[in-house]
Design a binder for this molecule. Structure first.
Ligand code: SF4
Length: 123
């Protein structure tokens, strides 16, 4: 959530939402509501609207049409997982399986220059 990695926050968050967002950023750049040990949101039922992966949220923030939401959200998640854990991580493999991407599709999405030609099955 590090704001330095998201310079366009003001483009899609109203001032009061931006303040809330910034108040959630911990000293390590992760959300203060994220339980890293159990990998879950500790305020999930009450999480802010901008945390909710819903058509209305993405339309409001990014002008994404509902029909494009799945692809857009999957790309966002894969980018985040790649940045934190890597393209070939167990986390990426689990995510791809959870969203129904098969290995060929996932490989197509991965940057082959980063993977050096390896696939998740090499690990
Ligand atoms: S979903 Fe929960 S853990 Fe994730 S950013 Fe929102 S409040 Fe933080």
């Amino acid at each position: 959530m590090d704001p330095s990695e998201r310079p366009d926050l003001e483009a899609y968050l109203e001032p009061q939402d931006l303040l809330l967002y910034l108040s959630m950023v911990g000293p390590d750049g992760w959300c203060v509501n994220y339980d890293q040990l159990n990998r879950e949101c500790t305020v999930y039922d009450d999480r802010p609207w901008f945390c909710r992966v819903q058509a209305e949220t993405f339309s409001r923030m990014f002008e994404i049409e509902p029909a494009e939401l799945n692809e857009f959200a999957i790309d966002c998640c894969r980018e985040q997982i790649s940045g934190v854990y890597g393209d070939l991580s167990l986390e990426m493999h689990r995510f791809d399986r959870a969203v129904g991407l098969d290995l060929a599709e996932a490989t197509d999405l991965a940057d082959s220059s980063k993977t050096g030609g390896k696939s998740v099955e090499d690990f």
